[in-house]
Every structure is written in C-alpha cells, then in structure tokens.
Design a protein around this ligand. Structure first.
Ligand code: LLP
Length: 422
C-alpha cells in the first residue's frame, strides 16, 4: 500500500500532483511519501504486538537525512554500515543506543567513532574484528554489546547478488564456528557478547528461508545458554521483500512474518531487533522522469528518458523490474506497441525495461518509476558527468526538496588540476 495515486487523471504523491514538483524542481527527481514510510514502519512494528522489539531502519536503503529523521521521529532506530551512515543517523536524531553498527568490514576509525558515540550494538563479522572492537573498547574504558553475525548457510531464494547467508558468501561467521568464537569473546575485555545477529539477504519473498535461518539461531542460542553464555538479544536482520511487479506472487505480510518469528523464537524470551530497509521505504518512493524522445528501429521502439542507469541502477544491476506509469493517466489503447524504456547513458545496460507495455506517451511526457524509494538515490552516481538528481519529500499537500540538484560548479568542486596542468 502506498500514497501515489491518480487524482483527476494525474499521478499524485499524497495530495501533491507530480507535474507540479517537476515544474518547480525539474526532472528527473526522486519523490518520497511521508505517509507511506511512516505507515510501513508502524505496520511492521505493530505486527509484533507486545514483544520487545526495536526496529532499526537499514539506512543503506535510503540514507536521506529527512527520511531518516522522519523515521527517527516515530521511534525507529538505525542499522548503519559505515561511519557516514552513523553520522547521518545521529544528525537525524536517532539515539545512539538505538543504532546497530553492521557491515562486513569496519575500519579502526569507524570502530572508534561507533564506540565514542555509544552505539547500542556492534554486529561482528570475524574474529579479527571482534578483537579489534574489544581492544578499542578496552582502551576507551567502555563496554559495548556485540552480536556475532552468524552465517547460517541458508539460500534466501532471492537474486544471487543480494543473497548473503550461504556459506560461500562473504558475510557473517559460519554458524558451526560461532560457538568457539563466543567462548573466546567471553574472555575478551570491552565487549558483552550477549546477542546473535543474522541476515540472509534482501527482497526475500518466502518465509521458509527466514525460518530455516532462525531455527539455526535458536539452536545456537540454546547451546550458548547451556554453556553459561547469556544470550538475551537477537538481531534478525532485514530482507522482507516488497511487491515490484504485480504479476508476481505477493511477498509475505509483516503479520505472517511476525507470527513465524514468534513461533520459532518466541519462547527464548529475547529482546529482538529487526533491520528492515526496503520494506519501509521501497514503496514510499518514485522516480519521475521526462521522455526526451521516441525512436523507431526496424525491430524495436525505444523510449528515451532523461533518467538513466546512474540515477536508478537496479534494472541494470539486478535485472530488477520497476513498474512504469505515465504521470498523466492514459487508457491502454489496443494497438500500442511495446517499448524499450532506456536512458541516455552510453551503455546498452542503460535500459529500464524491455518490451514494456505502456500507454502511448509522447516526447515531453512524464513517467514515474514505482517502488524506487529503496536502493534508488543511494545507489546513484554521476556517471557520464550527470549530476545526482534531487530528492523531494511530500507530506500531505506540502513538499520540500530534501536534497538539491548540484550545480555544475558544485559537481566539480572536488576536482583540481595538478600544478603541471594548471
Ligand atoms: N541488514 C543487513 C545486514 C543488510 O545487509 C541489509 C541489506 C539489510 C539489513 C536491509 O535489507 P532489506 O530489508 O532492505 O532487504 N541494493 C540491493 C539490495 C542490497 C541489500 C543489502 N543489504 C537492491 O537494490 O536490491
């Protein structure tokens, strides 16, 4: 469910017509809906009822300051994977105690920053990292709760590039090696090894792999408790999928997911942390682009947009399908030929959709890429010297630019010529 709907034939974000934003901000741009992201957060949170749950928004999905502040304002914590994300979280008003620092490679500088700011939990990915965190914490005379992120060797059944819980993936500590590392952790200063973390992938549309992973976590927790290691906290990661393509089977609901969590882990009585990203913001964002032109080849028709793979890389990178809607509603005429929807970047990979059935659109028309709020703007680049596109946040009938489009000079500000060329 989201708040991008047609009113009087014009696609709106909540109560704001998208053409109005296009007129004031220019295209392409990302547009987020306050009502959608807050609703998703609440639905997910409420699915767990009275269970002791903290929802740490996975900022990698969308680290825009205004987005993170919106979620912080309704109680969300943050799952961060870099010093940069940590600083945005704190700036957005997320209490440090509600920050989980994940990520497969943390530098010593990032570890020091996390400890200095007092993050609530660090998710450890290796013995080496465990020792570095312990040493840094001891030096600061601090104690930090750590979870070992275990790799449960479970295939998430999602795209290969975003599966993280198989034994050959770079993530986590093999679940069979984890007990020995907990025993070592118990002896180290500066850390409290009282949690287990797991995350097996993203855009998961089936509960079975989650359940398989959580059962391994349960067995591990019981075993460690049996040895006197008091596991009282589980971080179950993110990964619940969202519907991109309405012809596909809908992903499980947060309620079904929560019921499965309760069934598999409820009796342990642990505090639970979740790290959803896509589920909170995926449907809460669209990317709006203008049609630069149409081109007919001998075999195909191309619709060329002013947005490109550098603005939304998911189709090129994962073969992802984002629904494309005309901003001015049109009936689908019977004889309209399908189009290849492409951007202007000089790569064949710069193709958003192939043989896409879109109502007749003309040069200058606007189209919206749906479900672009997660892993959209955050993954963009300036390839082909294209400026990053602005981000706009809508609330009711108001909207604000929450990240500006840089000018050419701003884009070039970090570049300089060496003395021999200037
Ligand atoms: N926690 C950890 C440790 C993660 O690695 C991730 C995502 C999440 C939470 C949030 O997962 P979510 O709830 O959003 O599925 N760029 C890719 C997705 C990469 C996901 C990386 N890790 C895409 O566009 O599909």
């Amino acid at each position: 469910m989201h708040h991008f709907t047609y009113t009087n034939g014009v696609l709106h974000a909540e109560d704001v017509p998208l053409p109005q934003i296009a007129k004031e901000v220019g295209t392409p741009f990302y547009c987020y809906s306050h009502a959608t992201m807050t609703r998703h957060y609440a639905v997910f949170r409420d699915a767990f009822g009275s269970m002791d749950v903290t929802v740490c928004f996975a900022m990698k999905a969308n680290s825009n300051l205004a987005v993170v502040r919106t979620l912080a304002g309704i109680g969300a914590g943050a799952d961060v994977v870099s010093g940069g994300e940590l600083q945005i979280a704190l700036k957005a008003g997320v209490p440090a105690a509600k920050v989980v620092f994940s990520g497969v490679g943390k530098t010593d500088a990032e570890i020091r920053l996390a400890l200095a700011t007092g993050v609530g939990q660090m998710n450890v990915e290796s013995e080496d990292e465990l020792r570095r965190i312990s040493a840094a914490a001891a030096q600061l005379n601090k104690k930090v709760r750590v979870a070992l992120r275990v790799n449960p060797d479970v295939a998430a059944g999602t795209h290969d590039k975003i599966s993280t819980g198989r034994k050959d993936d770079k993530f986590g500590i093999d679940w069979t090696l984890a007990p020995a590392l907990y025993r070592k952790a118990r002896e180290l200063p500066g850390i409290i090894p009282s949690a287990i973390a797991v995350h097996i992938g993203s855009q998961i549309t089936n509960l079975a792999p989650f359940e398989a992973a959580f059962l391994r976590v349960r067995d591990l927790a019981l075993m460690l408790r049996g040895e006197g290691i008091p596991i009282d906290h589980l971080d179950l990661g993110g990964g619940l999928g969202v519907p991109y393509d309405h012809s596909a089977e809908p992903p499980p609901s947060p309620a079904d997911y929560a019921a499965m969590v309760k069934r598999t882990l409820g009796e342990l009585g642990c505090k639970l942390t979740f790290e959803p990203g896509r589920l909170i913001v995926g449907n809460a964002g669209v990317m709006v682009s203008r049609v630069i032109g149409l081109k007919d080849g001998t075999t195909r028709r191309f619709m060329i947009l002013d947005a490109a793979m550098n603005d939304l890389i998911r189709p090129a990178m994962y073969g992802a399908r984002h629904e494309i809607l005309p901003v001015y509603e049109r009936a689908m005429a019977a004889n309209v030929a399908p189009v290849d929807v492409v951007g202007p970047v000089c790569e064949t990979a710069d193709r958003f959709a192939q043989d896409y059935q879109l109502p007749e659109v003309e040069t200058g028309d606007l189209v919206a890429f749906m479900t672009a709020g997660a892993y959209g703007a955050v993954m963009s680049s300036t390839y082909n010297a294209r400026p990053l596109i602005p981000e706009v946040l809508v609330k009711g009938n108001s909207f604000a630019v929450v990240r500006k489009r840089p000018t050419f000079d701003q884009m070039m500000a970090l570049e300089q010529l060496p003395p021999w060329l200037s």
